[in-house]
Structure formats: structure tokens, C-alpha cells
Design a protein around this ligand. Structure first.
Ligand SMILES: C[S@@+](CC[C@H](N)C(=O)[O-])C[C@H]1O[C@@H](n2cnc3c(N)ncnc32)[C@H](O)[C@@H]1O
Length: 428
């Protein structure tokens, strides 16, 4: 944490019985409508803080750059609603994906549009355009809360901040997600190091990290803000939000376990003979699998793509799934290839997953978040698929106890037939 010289003039506040701290913080009871721990965006752990931030800052204008499924954006919108604020909110995204998220289908925008319509239409607007285009829609010094969560390279995040800085109102807060991710092309951490040396700032390290920046004076009057930006770091503050995040997660896991529901991202990659598999040659969709059959459709790679091989990452997190159908269909919806689900996959290369045949489909146990399945497909199948076709998957969230029961039944059947075979053989 670093404060710009002169930005915060008051001495650090001792812990005083301020109203917001006397009563329960809103974060303690916050139950976000959209919550996807471990999902693509990895924002879930910051939702409790978002709720308190909105309560304290009372923004009149909120903008988010990079929305995707809207976990962070809708968390902020719900906070605005629950705090009863008179605030306009704007969600900016092309809803096409980027270099680091990979491309995704039209269903993402459709899902966000529906959710926005159902819950927040009176104050929230989706701007489907680039960040640069959207920046021309706002007056200088008009935004009180800006969340920057677009492309995470150093140059992109720096460009986004510099483009939007003139639009920030005095005392505005800017959030940066993924400041704790240091792999590959991720460069938010480096930009955050530079920024937090120049402005009053506070950082969380859980859920990929969240940087909270106070863009300019006036100095914050609210005790919560003083503690974040000007005071000695309240030792419990960071720990409090980590605990809130953990508690939310445990509640969710318990509910999911009870309902037999599981959610994950399914991603289809393609490549030519010369290229490796890469995010920019992929499509992704978010799946909430239920114990009942769940249908997933993903458009084939674009027609102009050169496709020599495809790879399917069925789930980006550990899961137990019952596969009923996995097919590539052509433009007319007719299958050009279907994977048999009544026997173990042959002619396929796979990692991070194992299979078991059951009477109801192929049981897949994904035990590694980097799992992959590469079927062996002839060129003519791939050509018919990429000509306007789609991937069609039908699966159920499998119940671990049921799966174990089925496996034991199989062992039972096997041992009975072995016994019968032994008895029938002349050797006894
Ligand atoms: C990391 S995701 C956003 C995650 C989201 N905030 C959440 O809570 O899960 C990044 C998003 O930014 C969008 N994006 C990246 N650069 C963009 C740009 N220059 N203009 C518009 N959208 C962009 C991508 O389409 C993608 O949906």
C-alpha cells in the first residue's frame, strides 16, 4: 500500500466505533445472484468486498470494462440495488473474448442480456463495443467507480487506464482484477506495482488478486475508505474479506452438493498441422450440469480456419460427469461423427481424465483442471464439421455414490461371470 504525497492528509485513524463497523457489514449477508467460484473470471472471492465498497462509495456512475458472464458486474449491480442507490451502471464488452480468455460463443452475451433485463434494466446498460469506442460515450470526470478487467497484458491494461483516467470523477475508485497472476502474458501485476506507488492503493491477493485504487483527491471521509487508503492497514481487514470469500464458497459447495449440480467451462480448441493449440483458436462455454440431462452446443471453428485436429477440454475443474452423447454435427444438424458412449474411447489421446462404462452412458472422472481429450478424426469429418456445424454434447452431473454403486455392480457381474466360467470349465 502506498499513498501519493499529499493525497491523504489526515493521520491514520485509530479503530473508532463508526456506524458501518458497529453494525454488521453488508458483506456478511451478501448472497450474489451470479456466483461461479473457480469459473473463468475467478472474481467470486471479491464479491463480499464489492458489496461493502458500493455501500461506502455510493457511486452515481459505475463502469465495468470486461464483463464476459457478468459475475463481477452483476455483483456490483446487485450491491447498488441492495444499497438503494441512485446510480447508472454501464457494462462494456465486445462479448467476443480476447487473447487470454479465448473466443466464446454468442450465448454468453445472450445470457448476460437476459439477466440484465430481468434484474437491473432500470439502471444498467450493456455497451457492446470496444473499450475505446465506449470511452467516447462518457463526459470527463463523470465516473465514480471503474472496474478494469479486460485484456490482461501490461500494454492493454495500461492503455485502458490511461484512456479512462480523464473520465474519472474526483475521489473515484478504480478496481483492477488479476494483480496476483504472474504467468504467461499476464501483466496487470506489473502495472499495478507502478500505479500503487503513485496513488493511494490497497490490494487483495486472494481470487487472483484485486487492486483498489483511489484515483485522486478529495481525501476520503468515510472511515472504511480511510482504513483502506490512508490508515495503518487494519490487520483484520484483508483477513476478514478472505474469510467472507471462503464462507461464501463453502455455502455454495454445500448447496451444489445437495442439489447434485456442478458448473465448469467446456472449451473446444482447433489447430492446423503447423500450429499448437492456443486460446485464440478456441471457443468456450460455461456449463451448469444438473443430475438431469444437460445439452451443450458450441459452434464449429470459423469456416476460414485451417483445422487438422480438435481438442476438447470437457471441464476446467475436477468433475464427475455422465456422458450421454458427444457428436460433431454438420450445418444441417446431422451427425458427421459420434463418440460411442457404451465402450471406452479408442483412437483418442486424453489426459487428466479417466472413463468407466455404465449402463447409462460413459462415466468421466476429470481429476485435473488441465484435462484434454483429442479424438482421432478423418479430414473429411473435420471439413464437414467446420462448414457451419457445431459440437453437440449431452451429459449429466453424476452422483458419486451412484457412480460407485454402478462400479461395484459391474465388479459383481464380472466376478459372477468369472465364477460361472470357472465352474463350467472342465478344470473346475
Ligand atoms: C477477464 S474477462 C472479464 C471477466 C469478468 N469481469 C468477470 O467477472 O468474470 C475479459 C473480457 O474483456 C473483453 N475485452 C477485452 N478487451 C476488450 C476491448 N478492448 N474492448 C471490449 N471488450 C474487451 C473480452 O471480450 C472478455 O469478455
Amino acid at each position: 500500500m502506498a499513498a501519493a504525497p499529499g493525497a491523504c492528509m489526515s493521520p491514520p485513524m485509530p479503530f473508532a466505533p463508526e456506524p458501518m463497523f458497529c453494525s454488521r457489514l453488508p458483506s456478511a449477508d451478501f448472497q450474489p445472484r451470479i456466483y461461479d467460484p473457480g469459473g473463468g473470471g475467478n472474481w467470486s472471492g471479491h464479491l463480499p468486498f464489492a458489496r461493502d465498497l458500493v455501500e461506502w462509495l455510493r457511486p452515481k456512475c459505475l463502469v465495468e470494462l470486461g464483463v464476459e458472464y457478468g459475475e463481477s458486474y452483476f455483483g456490483l449491480c446487485q450491491s447498488i440495488q441492495e444499497a438503494g442507490l441512485d446510480c447508472r451502471a454501464w457494462a462494456v464488452d465486445t462479448w467476443l473474448g480476447d487473447l487470454l480468455t479465448g473466443g466464446y460463443g454468442e450465448e454468453v452475451y445472450e445470457q448476460v442480456r437476459q439477466h440484465n433485463r430481468m434484474h437491473y434494466e432500470s439502471f444498467s446498460t450493456l455497451l457492446r463495443m470496444t473499450f475505446d469506442e465506449a470511452s467516447r460515450c462518457f463526459e470527463p470526470q463523470s465516473i465514480d467507480l471503474l472496474h478494469i478487467d479486460g485484456l490482461h497484458t501490461y500494454d492493454a491494461v495500461r492503455h485502458d487506464f490511461e484512456t479512462w483516467r480523464p473520465l474519472l470523477a474526483p475521489g473515484a475508485v478504480v478496481l483492477f482484477h488479476d494483480i496476483a497472476v504472474r504467468k504467461g502474458n499476464f501483466g496487470v501485476w506489473r502495472f499495478w506495482e507502478e500505479l500503487s506507488a503513485q496513488y493511494p492503493a490497497f490490494s487483495f491477493t486472494h481470487s487472483n488478486g484485486l487492486g483498489v485504487l483511489l484515483s485522486s483527491p478529495p481525501e476520503p471521509a468515510h472511515p472504511f475508505a480511510k482504513r483502506l487508503f490512508c490508515g495503518e492497514e487494519l490487520p483484520g481487514l484483508r483477513a476478514y474479506y478472505e474469510i467472507c470469500a471462503e464462507r461464501m464458497r463453502l455455502r455454495y459447495d454445500l448447496q451444489a452438493l445437495t442439489a447434485g449440480r456442478t458448473s465448469f467451462n467446456l472449451q473446444l480448441f482447433w489447430r492446423s498441422a503447423e500450429e499448437p493449440f492456443a486460446e485464440e483458436r478456441s471457443r468456450r462455454t460455461h456449463v451448469v450440469a444438473l443430475p438431469e440431462e444437460t445439452e451443450i452446443q458450441l459452434p464449429a471453428p470459423p469456416k476460414e480456419a485451417s483445422v487438422a485436429q480438435i481438442r476438447l477440454d470437457i471441464s476446467d475443474r475436477p468433475a464427475l460427469l455422465l456422458l450421454r452423447r458427444l457428436a460433431l454435427v454438420n450445418r444441417q444438424g446431422e451427425p458427421v461423427w459420434e463418440m460411442p458412449v457404451d465402450r471406452l474411447p479408442e483412437d483418442a489421446v486424453y489426459a487428466g481424465m479417466r472413463f468407466a462404462v455404465t449402463g447409462h452412458g460413459l462415466l468421466i472422472h476429470i481429476f485435473d483442471s488441465d484435462s484434454a481429450f483429442v479424438p482421432s478424426l478423418p479430414a473429411d469429418v473435420l471439413a464437414r464439421f467446420t462448414d457451419g456445424g457445431r459440437l453437440s454434447v449431452s451429459l449429466c452431473a453424476a452422483n458419486a455414490f451412484q457412480a460407485l454403486g454402478e462400479a461395484l455392480d459391474q465388479i459383481d457381474i464380472l466376478s459372477k461371470s468369472l465364477k460361472a466360467a470357472r465352474q463350467a470349465s472342465p478344470a473346475g
